[in-house]
Design a protein around this ligand. Sequence first.
Ligand SMILES: [Zn+2]
Length: 198
Amino acid sequence: MNENLRQHKQKTITIYAAMHQDVPESVRISIYADHFRPFVQELESFTDRKVYVVFGAGEPFSNFDYKGEDTMATLRRWEHVGRQYLDRYRAEGFDMDDVHVAVLVTGEAITGNMLGVALTWPPKGTGQFAIASVKGYQVIGHEIGHLLGARHEDSEVTFNGWWSESYMTPEQQPLRSNSYRFSESNRKNIKNYLATKN
Ligand SMILES: [Zn+2]
């Protein structure tokens, strides 16, 4: 690649999504359209990055035991297994210099009404590993939002004839609709984080 091309190479975010075996076929067939496309479009609309989603499956990812009350222990186990997941793609020659995350997509909640969790670290509260169920259309976007620096405190519920929840609204209520957007403050949080990355 010559220098000119290198300079203009677009920055990217890659979401490596490991599909758990308990995600029903009826959900799988439209999972990109229902759970990813709106989020990818939103992310691309305010970052200067192209967003890719790479789906995968197979053990030990597809049968990962994600249920239980001790979600921190579960996340640390997923971090360990998730690294192996990423290593497979690295070995296959995927470009791992970009911003990338590993998300286990599950058919059911982790525990009770906890639909997703993200392993995040100070100072910015960001990370690489999350578990997100298909029990809500904004859950995957919410957890990846956490990994990229978005926060509950900066979420918003807007009213435009009806209430609408942004991606980071912590307690999703069934009577409100989804906005499939991040608030301006969370867009800023995500942009600030991405500015520190390749
Ligand atoms: Zn959250």
